[in-house]
Structure formats: structure tokens, C-alpha cells
Ligand binder design. Structure first.
Ligand code: NDP
Length: 328
């Protein structure tokens, strides 16, 4: 057994430490597949783990990183063999199970999916948990029976990772997309992705009235708190909002008015424990429906050494689109 390069979060009496160091293969966790990680990504949750801003990490030492794309090295799982290109999102990676900011992981084969046809390893991580969550949100809106003919769709936290992919997916499906952002300087970027209208984050930031003017019939909210409350109060009769994020806070200071007077629905989205069948559907739709030129526009890449700095930037709302982390 040897060692491999990893970012390691540890805890001491002085607080949390994060460093790049060699990690012993013997200390890898249980699993039936060993994967050589080629790329990971930076999601908001990775930023929370790296900065210690929220209790994302549930065991120490922990290797953060909730997403990986790589190549199978060893497998005792019937569906995977050495050399296979695979993708993993969530399932506790980087939270309870040693994660992806490392050259190697040992994981349960049941958590892996084969790299979707039509995507490279790099592109799969440009999408990452953020993009796959955007697709889960679109699918939830569609399951609710909503289509673009019914009216506009709002995306909050528009210039972030989930927001950027959500705009591209909704625009491709024909929706008139209203993008809410705190970064008006990103208006051209958001229009390029497919936003038809851009509104200031501050419009949705104050305490919500029980019911506001009806403005959209669907939405993907990555912000939570007053923003989600305002989005709900401005949702048209029979509409639905997919709630997937908390970039603005955990609270939901709303009333029952949108639900009982306008029949509005709140659709909860969790990407971490999503059952395999739904994951496979989301990924195959991403491979078919996401415009890869737009994906390239929204993606930058960084070496592993820079994740600590990038982690601080993402929790401060300073990252645009998606960041791929190059492991080797
Ligand atoms: P990003 O940081 O890339 O995007 C978040 C965006 O929210 C920012 O870019 C910014 O957009 C906006 N924002 C940031 N801070 C605030 C604030 N204080 N008030 C209002 N808006 C703010 O993160 P991700 O796209 O990776 O994740 C977005 C959210 O979704 C996170 O809360 C994350 O935890 C959650 N998430 C949940 C998943 C699930 O399974 N439910 C899976 C993936 C993500 P702008 O500048 O345009 O306003």
C-alpha cells in the first residue's frame, strides 16, 4: 500500500485545519470499487466544508469533495471493471465518506454511474452536483405538469453553478427565464446562457408579503430565506417552485397564503440521496439536452492546490458558473 495526494480537513482544539498532504491508502474507507480520480468540482457545499462555515463534515480526518469523475482501478462490483470511466455525485462523499479531492477513492459501486455517453470526464464535472441538481429541479417542475407555455420561470442565485445550468436547461426547453442576481455586471453572461429577463437580487430580498403580484409559474430557487418566500408569494396560480439551496440562509419566513390561496407547490430537491434510477435519467437528459458550448462558457478549472481559496470565494458568492478541479 502506498500514499496518494489529497486535501485533508482535520479538527483540533484550535479549530479546523485544511492542508494538502499525502494520505495513506490503508486509511481509505470501505467499498468495493477503487477509482483513480481525474476531476472533481467545487460546489457551494464543498466551500462550506473547506471553510468550516457549516457542519458539512461529519467525520475527521475528512477528504472533502462531493463529486468525482475518474477511472476504475479495482472492482469487486459486477457492473464496473478496471478502465471504466465513472461519475459519482453525493451519497455522503466529502461529508461522511472520504471524498474526491484526492487521487484515489474507495467507494460502493452502487454509488457510481458510468460516464454518460456524449460527455467527457471534464464535462461531467463541469456539470457536477450543481448541474445535476439543476436537472433534478427541472424534472420536478415537469413532473408537476408545468411546461413553458404556462408562463415564465424564475432562477435565483442565477450566476452561481446551479443557477447557470438551470438557466441553460430551462431556456432550451422554451421557458422565458427570469434570472435573479446580485451581480448585474453578469447580465451579458446570463443572457448568453438563455435568460430573457434579469432582475436585481434586492427585489426579492426583503420580508415577503403573503401574496404579491403573480409573475412566474415555475422556479428554481438556490437561495432560500426571504428570497424563496418572495418567489413563492409571486408565483402564479397552480405554479410550483423547486427549492434546492440555502445560499441566502436556511430559514423560510413565509406564510401559507401562496399554498392555500393560489395552489402553489413547493418541490423539495435533494441530490445526495437521490435514487439511482432518477440519477440515471437526470444524467442521460443532461448529456442530451445541455448545450455544451454554454457549459464551456460557464466553466473554469483550477488545480487541486487552489480549492481552499476557491472554497472561500464560493461561500462569499464570488464564483461565477462552475469550477472543475484538476486532481493530477
Ligand atoms: P454558487 O455559490 O455557485 O451559487 C449560489 C449563488 O447564490 C451565488 O452565485 C449568488 O448568485 C447567490 N447568492 C450567494 N450568496 C447570496 C446571498 N447571501 N443572498 C442571496 N443570494 C446569494 O453555489 P451552487 O450553485 O453550487 O449551489 C447553490 C445552492 O444550492 C447552495 O445553497 C447549495 O448548497 C445548494 N445545493 C443543493 C443541492 C441539493 O441537493 N439540494 C445540490 C447542489 C447545491 P448571484 O450572484 O447571481 O445572485
Amino acid at each position: 500500500m502506498g500514499t496518494f495526494k489529497a486535501i485533508v480537513i482535520d479538527r483540533s482544539e484550535a479549530g479546523q485545519t485544511v492542508e494538502r498532504r499525502d494520505f495513506d491508502e490503508a486509511d481509505l474507507m470501505e467499498g468495493d470499487v477503487v477509482v483513480r480520480v481525474v476531476y472533481s468540482t467545487l460546489n457551494y457545499k464543498d466551500g462550506l466544508a473547506l471553510t468550516g462555515k457549516a457542519p458539512v463534515v461529519r467525520r475527521f480526518p475528512m477528504i472533502p469533495g462531493v463529486d468525482l469523475a475518474g477511472t476504475v482501478e479495482h472492482s469487486a462490483h459486477p457492473e464496473f471493471k478496471p478502465g471504466d470511466s465513472v461519475v459519482l455525485n453525493g451519497w455522503g462523499l466529502g461529508e461522511t465518506h472520504l471524498g474526491a479531492y484526492a487521487q484515489k477513492v474507495r467507494v460502493r459501486g452502487d454509488w457510481l454511474i458510468h460516464l454518460p455517453r456524449g460527455l467527457s470526464l471534464f464535462q461531467s464535472m463541469a456539470i457536477g452536483t450543481a448541474g445535476y441538481t439543476a436537472m433534478l429541479s427541472v424534472m420536478a417542475i415537469e413532473r408537476h405538469g408545468l411546461r413553458c407555455q404556462k408562463g415564465p420561470a424564475i432562477v435565483t442565485g442565477a450566476a452561481g453553478g446551479v443557477g447557470s445550468v438551470a438557466i441553460a436547461l430551462l431556456a432550451r426547453a422554451g421557458w422565458h427565464v427570469v434570472a435573479s442576481t446580485g451581480r448585474p455586471q453578469e447580465a451579458d453572461y446570463l443572457r448568453l446562457l438563455g435568460a430573457s429577463e434579469i432582475i436585481e437580487r434586492s427585489e426579492l430580498a426583503g420580508p415577503a408579503r403573503p401574496l404579491g403580484k403573480e409573475r412566474w409559474c415555475a422556479g428554481i430557487d438556490t437561495v432560500g430565506s426571504h428570497t424563496l418566500a418572495n418567489v413563492l408569494s409571486m408565483t402564479k396560480y397552480g405554479g410550483a417552485i423547486a427549492a434546492c439551496g440555502l445560499a441566502g440562509g436556511m430559514a423560510l419566513p413565509t406564510s401559507v397564503a401562496p399554498f392555500i390561496l393560489r395552489g402553489v407547490s413547493l418541490l423539495g430537491i435533494d441530490s445526495v440521496m437521490t435514487p439511482r434510477a432518477l440519477r440515471l435519467e437526470a444524467w442521460s437528459r443532461l448529456a442530451r439536452e445541455l448545450d455544451l458550448a454554454k457549459l464551456e462558457t460557464m466553466t473554469t478549472s483550477i488545480p487541486l492546490d487552489q480549492v481552499m481559496e476557491a472554497g472561500r470565494a464560493i461561500v462569499e458568492g464570488k464564483v461565477r458558473g462552475r469550477i472543475v478541479v484538476e486532481i493530477d
